[in-house]
Design a protein. Structure first.
Length: 107
């Protein structure tokens, strides 16, 4: 069971990295290109985010169940909700800590 979840996570992360790399190549992203595109939510700095920005992500993806590593919220994959949170708030302290703790459990 753990190996199956690890394969799913690795596949998910691999697909995410491939999609990000492909999108960057397609858009010819340079170092001075804006991180935020029109119509896109985030990414935001966790330290300066508004309560509306935080609650939009935290109330649906980084809930107490996710923070305590009991279960995913929007899907049954815990890592998907953590990844979603970190995609919109790359420096979200609690999500970074949870991802680190989750990786130490052997996924």
């Amino acid at each position: 069971m753990v190996k199956a979840h690890r394969r799913i996570l690795c596949g998910f992360l691999g697909a995410l990295l491939l999609a990000t790399f492909t999108a960057a190549q397609a858009q010819d992203v340079s170092c001075d290109a804006p991180l935020r595109r029109a119509g896109q939510f985030g990414p935001f700095d966790y330290r300066t985010a508004t309560s509306v920005q935080l609650s939009t992500v935290e109330r649906r993806h980084f809930t107490a169940s996710v923070r305590e590593m009991r279960k995913g919220e929007s899907t049954n994959l815990l890592a998907a909700d953590i990844a979603y949170t970190l995609r919109h708030f790359p420096n979200h302290h609690a999500a970074l800590l949870t991802m680190g703790e989750w990786s130490l459990t052997g996924c």
